[in-house]
Design a protein around this ligand. Structure first.
Ligand code: ITT
Length: 195
């Protein structure tokens, strides 16, 4: 079985990816490089910077992911700053900000950008989005980060009330991982054709 490295310090992200990849003959291995996350205008730029940094230090195929929560009423905040803001004010701080604003707009979107890199190949990017609303209070014990305050469209529960498989069906990461998995499946078909 082939190994594929997921460069992340986030165990929650890793277990979501591990579940998705269980359908392929690829073993996902977590590696925490503690790579620097630059302050950029887009998740894509943050991910590509991470790739630049890691490719100089690691010579095996890997992927990494940058994700963020974009809240309409806050003009897309915390967005690319999601990690820092979560560390500073967490879910309760976000809910307080929204209360202070007094707006009834609760729409938000989670975005995920996966960057896959192997030696001698440009990075491939895979994007996933999950639209939904911010709950009035934190609910649920599962998952991580902003999961207790995000209810995906067509859902009735927050991500934190879902098991990993269910979250993967709705989530930004589930969707970007689906694209990464399709990419591997298509390459296997191509390789088979070329035999
Ligand atoms: P990496 O090592 O992979 O960078 P991280 O936790 O720093 O891990 P990000 O920068 O991609 O990951 O995440 C930005 C923030 O958004 C961070 O606080 C996460 O907890 C949060 N977040 C990302 N994906 C999430 C998800 O699926 N559910 C809830 N919160 C999420």
């Amino acid at each position: 079985m082939r190994s594929l490295y997921f460069i992340t310090g986030n165990k929650g992200k890793f277990s979501e990816a591990k579940k998705k990849f269980s359908e392929l003959n690829i073993d996902i291995v977590q590696k925490d490089f503690g790579y620097p996350e630059i302050q950029a205008d887009s998740l894509k730029d943050v991910a590509l910077y991470g790739v630049e940094y890691i490719q100089e230090r690691f010579d095996k195929p890997f992927f990494l992911e940058d994700a963020g929560l974009f809240i309409d009423a806050l003009n897309g905040f915390p967005g690319v700053y999601s990690a820092y803001i979560f560390y500073k004010i967490s879910c309760s701080g976000i809910l307080k900000l929204m209360d202070e604003l007094g707006s009834n707009r609760r729409k938000a979107c989670f975005r995920s950008v996966i960057a896959y890199k192997e030696p001698d190949r440009e990075p491939d990017l895979f994007i996933g989005e999950s639209y939904g609303v911010i709950s009035k209070k934190p609910i649920g014990e599962n998952g991580f980060g902003y999961d207790p305050i995000f209810i995906p469209e067509k859902g009735t529960k927050t991500f934190a009330q879902m098991e990993t498989n269910e979250k993967n069906q709705f989530s930004h990461r589930g969707k970007s991982l689906n694209k990464l998995i399709d990419f591997f499946k298509n390459r296997e078909i191509e390789n088979f054709k070329n035999l």
